[in-house]
Design a protein around this ligand. Structure first.
Ligand code: HEM
Length: 477
């Protein structure tokens, strides 16, 4: 090959591989010194990161949150105070059970993760579009999800597994109701599901529940349309969100909270640390906080959305967790997943990095360190060489006290678990066509199930209401 004076790389263009031609003039041997060929193939084999073990398929976008109502009576969190305060956000809306290539219009919960880049650090809302969760003890989370995924032998989703595991009647009633398949991601609600706290530096705090309401209203898809779209257009929801934002038709949501004083917890009609219950709206009305608008598509999906890492443990001063054990476990699980999926320095990536200065010299080194690594600063605590002052802000609300012995906990279903589902069934029956939709949504899945599992599932729905049990028995004959 003639020397090429302009050539700075071993080979001149990205389509060339170096070869030693055979004496026939065709074919040849590629060479180990062909860095470009080797880099190209080696990088391709490494261009995936593990997909999320749940919530793998998603749409994502950038946006802005604006405070519409002041909240300084509840919290010092700056992103929630001062009408007109604006905060940049990153949002990822997902299905739960399906893999990265699964269809969008399946009956499933939608995950609703938002990262607020506040001046006090990142605040993440890692929410769902249904207001309650299936389980109240966290150790069941992997089992619950596996029962929604592929059978270990056949490698296909399996109604028997679904109904064999299943509990969480309240969430099931929601899932098989109309909200199980949204018309678009612009039409879904979002719920914190757990109780959180909002508090102030003086130690005062309130328990709260977060609610996003879509300004375009909640809209859902009829099951038959959803089934058709799942085959014809598996990325229907992702395209819809992307195209809406691209056209300047920005979707928006209003953020509301329900508020409860810690002094009223013992009088509350439900266990507020149990994510299978909603707080009655008549007793704990919604109070408006602000508005989120999604107004920019990612420039690059992998960098902005696939590598995004959200966690309920990312909270700014003035926002705190509660004694909900599922929430406590989640606060461990998400950073753990991110360290595995994206790498231990995932927080240094531009889409995960807080916009405020962070000084955490005890967390350093590791693969892909790109933040300067704190130079020569001491990497151990309490150094005389660099004095550090700390905030005394407590994330855990002060009046909460904990004592007692460590004891095993595993819950049993009680009559109380059927009260809110019963009320929901009455609402479903009151909606136009609601009862028939519900039966049509759940019937095929139950019909596919072995008789003993079906009977057990119907017995569970009979505890909600005798008429529901009978209707399901007839529908699955
Ligand atoms: C014990 C209960 C739970 C555990 C252990 C758990 C764990 C996980 C894990 C490991 C991921 C994947 C994270 C990643 O790879 O980056 C995930 C994703 C997600 N979970 Fe959970 N989860 C639980 C309950 C919930 C609940 C109750 C909600 C909603 C209120 C929720 C909402 C989400 C969302 C929205 C995502 C997707 C986050 C994203 O877009 O990156 N999860 N969860």
């Amino acid at each position: 090959m003639a020397p090429n004076k302009r050539r700075r790389q071993p080979v001149p263009d990205p389509t060339t591989a170096l070869r030693i031609p055979s004496s026939y003039g065709t074919g040849g041997l590629v060479v180990l010194s062909d860095t470009q060929l080797i880099e190209t193939l080696a990088h391709f084999a490494r261009e995936r990161i593990p997909e999320r073990s749940v919530h793998a398929k998603a749409a994502g976008a950038w946006g802005e949150f604006e405070v519409t109502h002041d909240n300084s009576d509840l919290t010092d969190a700056k992103f929630l105070n001062g009408v007109g305060t604006k905060t940049k956000v990153l949002c990822r809306i997902s299905t739960v059970a399906g893999e990265k290539g699964a269809s969008d219009t399946v009956r499933d919960v939608r995950g609703w993760a938002t990262k607020f880049f506040t001046e006090e650090g990142n605040q993440d809302f890692v929410f769902n579009d249904l207001p309650v969760f299936f389980i109240r003890d966290p150790i069941k989370f992997p089992s619950m999800n596996r029962s929604h995924k592929r059978h270990p032998r056949t490698n296909v989703p399996d109604d028997n597994m679904f109904w064999d595991f299943h509990e969480g009647i309240h969430a099931l009633m929601q899932l098989f109701g109309q909200r199980g398949i949204p018309a678009s991601l612009r039409n879904i609600a979002g719920y914190g599901v757990h109780t959180y706290t909002l508090g102030k530096e003086d130690g005062t705090f309130k328990y709260i529940k977060w609610h996003w309401k879509p300004d375009a209203g909640i809209e859902t898809l009829p099951a038959d349309v959803a089934v058709r779209l799942a085959g014809e257009d598996p990325d229907y929801h992702i395209k819809d969100l992307f195209n809406s934002i691209e056209k300047g038709n920005y979707p928006s949501w209003t953020l509301n909270i329900q508020v409860m004083s810690p002094y009223d917890v013992s009088e509350a009609p439900i266990d507020i640390f149990d994510p299978t219950f909603t707080w009655p709206h008549a007793k704990y009305p919604l109070r408006q906080v602000g508005r989120l608008t999604l107004n920019k598509n990612p420039d690059n999906y992998f960098q902005d959305i696939e590598q995004a890492a959200f966690s309920p443990s990312n909270m700014v001063p003035g926002v705190g967790p509660s004694a909900d054990m599922v929430l406590q476990a989640r606060m461990f699980s998400y950073p753990d997943a991110a360290r595995y999926r994206v790498g231990p320095n995932y927080q240094q990536l531009p889409n995960n990095r807080p916009i405020n200065p962070v000084y955490s010299p005890y967390q350093r080194d590791g693969p892909a360190t790109i933040n300067g690594n704190y130079g020569a600063d001491p990497d151990y605590v309490r150094s005389e060489f660099r004095k550090i002052s700390y905030t005394h802000y407590h994330q855990t609300a002060n009046p909460e006290q904990w004592s007692g012995q460590v004891a095993a906990y595993s819950y049993q279903v009680t009559d109380k678990d059927f009260e809110q589902p019963r009320a929901l069934w009455e609402i479903i029956k009151g909606e136009k066509g609601g009862q028939q939709f519900f039966l049509d949504n759940i019937g095929p899945s139950l019909k596919n199930t072995e008789p003993k599992l079906r009977e057990r599932a119907i017995a569970m729905f009979t505890r909600v209401s005798e008429d529901l049990g009978k209707l399901l028995t007839d529908a699955t004959k």
